[in-house]
Design a binder for this molecule. Structure first.
Ligand code: NAD
Ligand code: HSO
Ligand code: ZN
Length: 429
């Protein structure tokens, strides 16, 4: 864990190193992923089978490639009542939030008499990556599938690893609840490649969404263009801005809540009180030792955890947070609105001491699939729009082409494109 004070003479150098650190996307990962993608593209199912054996340690031909709809329904029917209620609450809150994102078509006629507009349509098929290496993520299934359904996607294809052949019943139950069409027992970069290129067994999709570890995130990054993607959503991150009035035990578990996802996750505390910072550090040690996920959480905190003590939390603290552009930012202060007003770069923001990030992971409603690795500077969380595209349209008649056509002819001529000019001119006669 790194301790920084803005008053340290080498603060700027050390902070800049943290901002620029590409935690998960190093050259080794990129190289491994490139190789996996090439193998899946060239060999299809045979590569999927071999890579699943190598990384997830089971035999697809023996265990089955696909989980059928009956198994998903059976898992849903077998849910304990409290878990079923929790999944249903999460699903209905996620659905309500995302339904409000549906965009409106445009269709109008401007002053020149030109009819213009745009029509939104869903992609035909979406590949939804549901992580499953270290933990199981039924919540991520809902976060992927519900916006896709709201958008009107016809074919929803889930891929998820089943390490050592172990299926997670809650993931299957969530697939039934969300109305997923296909569930494939494949994870990692090989799953992303199969969705992008298709194989004899798995038909390709148009867009791939969802979170995952460094290999999954890098595969999506490399395959963007072959297929649409939502954004690069890799190992989780949390940045907590807190004054000394917060309970150190609360802040410690908030930091650990993201550290426990992955050894390359990152948890950062920014505070203006060094004593409070030390209390949180101690509380992290105590809380971490009690977690079943302590090995992962400890590794993440030791290698990538950061505590930054600033002189002025509102001005300096938020300025640093903007440079970090973290996936999640908690504002554990008396007046979170004042901080929120200055915060421009973050995937999702949690306002006030009673808003733990973990509630957003499950039941609040906004999507938990969010950009990581400082990418909140230019990307947003998963939304209904990631499953849709916009087609613009133009309609002219004799009068309106006469109004705007000559300008097009003039521009085509200076661009040296005579066929363009002619195709307008012939209609002006
Ligand atoms: N940013 C977000 O929105 C968000 C949301 C939820 C989860 N997450 C992140 O998702 C990740 C889940 O990770 P996970 O590991 O539990 O599951 P995962 O499904 O993402 O990854 C497991 C797969 O990784 C591949 N893999 C593992 N080691 C490999 C290696 N050495 N070489 C090549 N491939 C390898 C395997 O194929 C395996 O199937 C975490 O990093 C978590 O923080 C992010
Ligand atoms: N915190 C993760 C996004 O980074 C989402 C998640 C799912 N389950 C628990 N957490
Ligand atoms: Zn989480």
């Amino acid at each position: 864990m790194d301790w920084l004070k803005t008053t340290d003479p080498d603060f700027e150098r050390r902070f800049a190193r943290i901002v620029d650190d590409r935690r998960e996307s190093d050259e080794d990962v990129a190289h491994v992923v490139r190789d996996i993608i090439a193998k899946v593209r060239a060999e299809g199912d045979a590569a999927l089978s071999r890579l699943t054996d190598r990384y997830d340690h089971h035999d697809l031909d023996k265990d089955g490639w696909r989980i059928d709809a009956e198994a998903c329904k059976a898992a849903f029917d077998a849910l304990a009542p409290d878990l079923r209620a929790a999944l249903e609450l999460a699903a209905s809150r996620i659905r309500a939030y995302h339904e409000a994102q549906l965009p409106a078509d445009r269709d109008y006629t401007d002053d020149a008499g030109v009819r213009l507009g745009a029509r939104w349509t869903a992609v035909d098929a979406a590949g939804l990556y549901v992580p499953g290496g270290r933990a199981a993520y039924p919540s991520s299934l809902l976060m992927n599938a519900i916006p896709a359904k709201v958008a009107g996607v016809e074919r929803l294809v889930v891929t998820t690893p089943t390490p050592r052949g172990q299926m997670n019943e809650l993931v299957l139950a969530a697939a039934h609840l969300a109305g997923v069409d296909e569930v494939w027992r494949i994870g990692g970069a090989q799953a992303v490649a199969a969705l992008a290129y298709g194989t004899d067994t798995i038909e390709r999709v148009d867009v791939i969404t969802g979170p995952g570890n460094a290999f999954v995130a890098e595969a999506k990054r490399q395959l963007f263009g072959v297929v649409g993607i939502d954004m690069v959503a890799g190992p989780s991150e949390i940045l907590v801005i807190s004054d000394k009035k917060s309970d150190p035990d609360w802040i410690a578990v908030d930091l650990l809540s993201q550290a426990e996802h992955d050894p390359t996750s990152q948890s950062i505390l920014i505070t203006d009180d060094a004593v409070f910072a030390a209390e949180v550090e101690d509380a992290v040690d105590v809380a971490c030792a009690q977690l079943s996920t302590k090995t992962t959480a400890r590794a993440s905190w030791d290698d990538y955890g950061v505590i930054i003590v600033v002189e002025d939390l509102l001005e300096q603290g938020v300025a640093l947070a903007n440079r970090l552009a973290a996936e999640h930012v908690e504002l554990a202060v008396d007046d979170p609105e004042a901080f929120f007003a200055k915060l421009r770069h973050a995937g999702s923001v949690f306002l006030g001491r009673h808003t733990p990030e973990a509630v957003g992971d499950y039941v609040a409603g906004p999507n938990h699939v969010l950009p990581t690795g400082r990418r909140a500077r230019f990307s947003s969380g998963l939304s209904v729009l990631d499953f849709m595209k916009r087609t613009s349209f133009i309609a002219l008649d004799k009068a309106s082409i006469a109004a705007i056509g000559p300008a097009a002819v003039a521009m085509a001529e200076v661009e040296g494109l005579p066929a363009h000019a002619k195709s307008v001119q012939v209609r002006l006669k």
